[in-house]
Design a protein around this ligand. Sequence first.
Ligand code: NDP
Ligand code: MG
Ligand code: MG
Length: 335
Amino acid sequence: MAKVYYSNDADMSYLNGKTVAIIGYGSQGHAHAQNLRDSGVNVVVGLRKGKSWDKAVQDGFDVKTVAEATQASDIIQILLPDEIQPDTYKNEIEPHLTEGKALFFAHGFNIHFKQIVPPDNVDVVLIAPKGPGHLVRRVYEEGFGVPALIAVEQDASGQAFEIGMAYANGIGATKAGVLKTTFKEETETDLFGEQTVLCGGVSELVKAGFETLTEAGYQPEIAYFECLHELKLIVDLMYEGGLTGMRYSISDTAEYGDYVSGRRVIGEASRKAMKEVLKEIQDGTFARNWINEHKSGRPNFNKMAQADKESQLEQVGRELRSMMSWINDKQTVKN
Ligand code: NDP
Ligand code: MG
Ligand code: MG
């Protein structure tokens, strides 16, 4: 069983007299910065001039360039998009990453795939919330926390884990539980989860269901509700009570169909594909492809994003959601 740490295992005094630089003020950045500040931690925000800069200033933060923020801080948490991190690290962070500082990440990608290689004399720690940034903030404001993973890649200070736990406490994660892992395990499982289940798997399942119904002549609005809208309601039940809890709430007809048809849709072929995807994550093929795709201007990424944006599923969904005033788009759209 994984070891899970809670608030009692964290000692905020490890952050006494320390300044934390939050580099980036997007989904994760705004949440870490605001939660830490509300927990009494001294925070500066590191950015380039632009939308996020203005927002962080508006939210009352001391905003500096990435280089200045790194210089002024003891703990540097990099919350830039993963594909941007290596260049910004090389140009603006590394030159100011002096002995005794700690470099933090919310995802292990760049350390695990050696796109960032920090000097030996700094701590390298992962605090990865297992939830989107906007929930990390909202749940903290409600007095709770989003669970997180902690990993130490380099322990130059001898206190890297304790400093990491204090940070995790500061963002509220210890209220929900902090699991100890490694950069390798976090990176590989995070990529696998988002590709095969959470993002890739679910998106394609929704699309396939919607298209099967509409191609068979059913109304697209009905297909949308059936294959996308109701997904949230089912996932909420799973979140609260696992598969058993979800099956308790659905009808016996739905439950019987779940058992006999689910395994026909997600059968051997899907499991085989999952194993292939996992292998390409583990051997670095996925990372190499993504880094090259980004460096060459993202031609395939943009093409696929555009095609899905223009799909009938998305058009029908936009229309239907605009009629459902209680669905607050702001919470899920990245700032
Ligand atoms: P976002 O895309 O939401 O935010 C990125 C931020 O970086 C923005 O504030 C952006 O500002 C800023 N930025 C971009 N380029 C530069 C630059 N060259 N110099 C300075 N600032 C820049 O990122 P996420 O919060 O999604 O991801 C951050 C990290 O957190 C990643 O490692 C990700 O894997 C990890 N993570 C993310 C989760 C999530 O919920 N999204 C969940 C768990 C981990 P600007 O307005 O100027 O573009
Ligand atoms: Mg994830
Ligand atoms: Mg991820």
